[in-house]
Design a protein around this ligand. Sequence first.
Ligand SMILES: Nc1nc2c(ncn2[C@@H]2O[C@H](COP(=O)(O)OP(=O)(O)OP(=O)(O)O)[C@@H](O)[C@H]2O)c(=O)[nH]1
Ligand SMILES: [Mg+2]
Length: 469
Amino acid sequence: MNNYIIYKNDNDTITAISSPLGIGAISIIRISGDKSIKIIKKIFVNKTKKIYKEKINLGIIKYNKEIIDKVIIIYFKNPNSYTGEDLVEIYCHGSIYIQNKIIKIIIKNGGRLAKKGEFTYRAYFNKKITLLEAESVLDTIKCENKIEHKIAINNLIKNRLYKVLLKIQKIILNILSYIEVKLDFIEENINISSKKIYNKILYVEKKLKKLINSFKISYIIKKGLYISIIGPVNSGKSTLMNTLINEDKSIISNIPGTTRDIVEGNILINNFKFYLFDTAGIRKSRSNIEKIGIKKTFKNIDKSNIIFYVFDYNLLKKNIKKFKKKIINKFFKKDFLLIANKIDLNNNLKKKKLKIRKIKIKKNIYNIIFISAKKKIGIKNIIDYLKRKIPNKRIQNNILINNIRHYEELRQTLKYIKKIKKDYLKQKSLEFISIDLRRSLKFLYNIHGQNFDNNDVLKNIFTKFCIGK
Ligand SMILES: Nc1nc2c(ncn2[C@@H]2O[C@H](COP(=O)(O)OP(=O)(O)OP(=O)(O)O)[C@@H](O)[C@H]2O)c(=O)[nH]1
Ligand SMILES: [Mg+2]
C-alpha cells in the first residue's frame, strides 16, 4: 500500500482552485482542514455575521480593508464533507487575478496550497471513500464519451466493481477460514467437502479471469480498433483506404510500390472508432526506401487488432498461396480478413460470388470478402464485418476494469489462486495453501485500499463454524 501514499498525514489546512484554471464565469476555491472556518472568519464579511453550515452564505472577501470580490461560500462541517474535515467552498468570479488573490490571502491566514489530488486523498484517508471511488473521481472528471462515463459512474455511484471484489474476497476468506480451522482444530467436525472448496477456488478463478479480460475490452472501447491494410503491391490497398475514409488521402497509382510511409486515416462506425493504416505493398524489393517501407508494414501488423489482406481477385489462387506462405506463419494469432479486390475487371463474376466465403488455413477459418475498391462494390460487407468487432451493449454493461493498477493487482491475485488450485488438487500442505490465500487476499484488498486484517479471518471462523460455543 505504501506505494500509493505520497502525502504526509499532516494537520495542515489546505486550499486550491477546484475549477479549471483560466477565466470563467465562476471559480471555486476549496479550503479543507481544522483552520478552514477560522480563516474564513478573517476574510469573509456578510450581513448576518454568521456562517451557516450547508447553506448559501453571500458576502464579500475583504482583506486589509481591500474588497476583493463578492462571493458565495458553503461550509461543510466535519465529518459531513467531501474530505471528512471542515471544508469551505468559495464561489468567486472567474478572473485569474481574483482567484490567485483569494488563494494568497488564505495562505497568509494559515492555509497551505494543496498538492495534486490532496482533497481526494484526504477523503480516502478519512474513510469517506474507498481507493476505488477516489480513482473513479478521476475517471469521472476525465471521461470523454458515453462508455467511459458509464464505467466511471458505475464505480463512483454504484460501486459495482467494489461489490464484485467484496464478493470474491468473501469467498476467498471462506476458503481460508475453512483451511485455518482444519489446521488449528483438527478434532472439530467440519462438514465441508473438499470438492466444495475446490469448486469455490474454481469460481474465484473464473470471476478473476473475467475481470482481467475486461481490461482488454475497456481498452478497445477507449482507444478504438487498429486495422492494418496490407497485401501485395498494386492490389488496391490505398484505393480501399481512401474509399473507406471517403477522402483522397493516400496516393494511388498503377506503379507498383507507390505507398512507402504508413498513411493513417480513421472511420467511425456506430460511434466507434477504427484507425486504418495503409502500408507499403509486400514484395521482394531492390529499393532501399521500399525495403524500409515493407519493414514498417510488418511492424504495423504487430500493433494492429485487425489486418486486411488485400489482393487482386484475378490472381486469387496465387495470392492465397502467398498469404499462407508469407503472412500466416509470421502472424498466426492475428485477426485477418482477406479482401479480394478489383472484381469489376472480371466480366464472368456472378453476383453470388460477392457473398462472403470462408477458407480454412491451418485450423483457422478466414473470411474472404469480394470487392471493387475503385467502383465501391462490396464495401458494405467490410463495414458489416467491422460492426461485429465493436464491443456490444451487453459487454459494455459488464463490469469493466479500466485501470492498469486494478488490472495488475487482479493478475497477482489470480496468479496465487491458480497456484492454490494446483496445490489443492495435489493435496499439498494446507499451511502453504493458507499462506498463498492470504497473499491473494492482500492483492485484492490493495484494489480498494483497505488493509487485510487477520481479524477478518477470525470473525469468519467464529461466525461460520461456531467454534468454542
Ligand atoms: N479496376 C480496378 N482497379 C483498381 C481497383 N482498386 C485499385 N485499382 C487500381 O490499381 C492500381 C493500384 O492501386 P493502389 O490503390 O495504388 O494500390 P496499392 O495496393 O496501394 O499499391 P502500392 O501502394 O503500390 O502497394 C491503381 O491504378 C488503381 O486505380 C479496383 O477495384 N478496380
Ligand atoms: Mg498504396
